[in-house]
Write a protein that binds this ligand. Structure first.
Ligand SMILES: NC(=O)c1ccc[n+]([C@@H]2O[C@H](COP(=O)([O-])OP(=O)(O)OC[C@H]3O[C@@H](n4cnc5c(N)ncnc54)[C@H](OP(=O)(O)O)[C@@H]3O)[C@@H](O)[C@H]2O)c1
Length: 225
């Protein structure tokens, strides 16, 4: 119950849960970007509960561009909507996207020019400026800034780009993976965009903590070793 609070106090970053929906062959979207819907209605209701217990939901610019998600809780599981956080280091996200509807959105970017923030501010977004690190925003600093804003539990709902970067940076505590009983083939997009590994010794180990059926889908809860 207190893992988020403890993480924020002891590590100065939130407890990070990465949620993803994939086919049994580990694919999260088709090559053309389509990913709605991989899992069934029961799994999607389950995700609403995960959102409701999160202080904030983090997504990437790729997901906002392709899926145009709202990332709100729509089931009445909470009266308090989690803060929506969009990571977009170069400001490529159009301000008309649904993620900016109704405010309560934090746009994390490495673009420091206030003139370029204005269209997002007019949509009610707050702006967080992060230094760039290797061409992208500094993820560790993003998590520190969220902790400073009182975020105890952060849920990541992003594509392979942000998922891969966060796991590689050692910033994910738990993965909740919904696996749908379907196959889409190798050409589709995977779960984690990483540079090719040279050796299996470099693989990321996980510990499976829970396995259960949610409707026709399997939900795996994993800790990162
Ligand atoms: N099945 C699912 O669970 C699920 C969930 C969400 C999305 N999707 C699918 O995923 C696809 C989009 O995936 P995507 O990978 O293009 O988008 P994404 O993960 O939403 O966006 C890429 C993000 O990762 C950041 N990034 C990449 N490498 C980084 C690094 N080394 N350090 C810091 N930040 C880094 C990018 O930052 P910059 O701003 O610097 O570029 C950008 O914000 C869509 O087709 C969508 O439908 C599937």
């Amino acid at each position: 119950m207190h893992r988020g609070f403890l993480s924020r106090v002891e590590r100065q970053r939130p407890w990070v849960t990465l949620k993803a929906a994939a086919t049994l062959d580990g694919k999260t979207a088709l090559l053309n970007g389509k990913s709605q819907w991989i899992t069934g209605p029961a799994a999607r209701r389950d995700v609403q509960k995960l959102r409701a217990r999160s202080c904030a939901i983090l997504t990437g610019s790729g997901t906002v561009l392709v899926d145009n998600p709202q990332l709100t809780v729509r089931t009445g599981d909470t009266s308090l909507q989690p803060l929506r956080v969009v990571l977009d280091s170069r400001l490529v996200t159009p301000p008309e996207r649904r993620i900016f509807d109704g405010g309560n959105t934090l746009l994390a970017t490495s673009v420091a020019d206030p003139a370029r923030h204005e269209v997002y501010r007019q949509r009610g977004a707050q702006i967080l400026i992060l230094p760039a690190l290797g061409g992208h925003a500094d993820l560790e600093l993003l998590l520190h800034s969220l902790a400073e804003r009182g975020v105890n539990e952060l849920m990541v709902e992003a594509g392979a780009g942000l998922n891969g970067a966060l796991v590689q940076a050692g910033l994910v505590d738990e993965i909740i993976l919904y696996l749908a009983p379907a196959l889409v083939g190798n050409a589709a997009q995977g779960l984690f965009a990483w540079p090719a590994l040279e050796d299996l010794a470099d693989k990321q180990a996980v510990t499976i903590r829970d396995v259960r059926m949610v409707g026709a889908d399997v939900r795996l809860t994993m800790g990162l070793a």
